[in-house]
Design a binder for this molecule. Sequence first.
Ligand SMILES: [Fe+2]
Length: 342
Amino acid sequence: MYKKNKKIIAFKMNNKLIRLLLFEDNPGDVRLIREQLIGVHDRFELHCAESLAKGLDFLDTNNIDAVLLDLELPDSHGLNTIKLVLAKNSSLPIIVLTGLDDENIAVDAVRCGAQDYLIKGSAGVTMLSKIIRYAIERKNAEKELKSSLEKLSRALSSTVKAMAMTVEIRDPYTAGHQKRTSNLARAIAEEMHLDSQRIEGVQLAGMIHDIGKISIPAEILGKPCLLSSLELSLIKVHPQIGHDILKEIDFPWPIAQTVLQHHERLDGSGYPAGLKNDEVILEAKILAVADVVEAITSHRPYRPALGIKKAIAEINREQGTLYDHVVVESCLKLFQDKNYLF
Ligand SMILES: [Fe+2]
């Protein structure tokens, strides 16, 4: 670290001193930037590190508002320098200060998470000061937006859980079925390497996939013997009812469609529409397998639990005819290679 870097260049901006860490191994450039920052309004506290390692160490024990980053350091080169600083602290605004006048690298740097990309010496005194303050404000706005989205996502999850409870309270025999199905559907989606957003949608659809059973008389749901054909046809309405309940909610996932199709089968033998193959969306294909495996392994009012071996035999036998083979392979891997437990 440079000896002089403790010098505080103080100025009241919103009554707050802005603490900067400059990663720069060229003493001439350090001097230039320090003079620029002094020249404005004395509002910055500037610390310097001549290598990536020393800067990252400094971040361990010091609060910093923004980083000025040379991409070419003795121990780090190019965009990787940005990634390593963000790996240390992802909430730091980073302004790249470099000699590399390359538009493509500038765009890539911003994609990597830098707030701005400046060519050394290109920004005047006032401009550099503004760029730093704007970078900090943008990063703060980004943090607030992320936190609001997280809150919204938590609220959405809680709402879906509350909806799940409404059907399980009326139907204690399948209480927990939706949750266990949802967890298995998520694990299958992860095993298939779907993107994280899609995985979340599969999980949430699983949590409420039987919500349409709210319309079925409780005595039918809890009947301790096999159902008559009339009762079965009443039960078969639940995907459509579930869809109708959910279709007006503007989820960022195809939840209503997944719920509607979770009893469809690839050969057209399912319900309510008798859809075939790719007419069934992937989310519903995943949910169908998770639903069947959970149902076979659980106790039902009219029969005891049949066990995981029966469930595995069923999806193995029917893969490609009733169930999607990629989904089935992923589900089998979970139970046979990864010791998945409900
Ligand atoms: Fe169902």
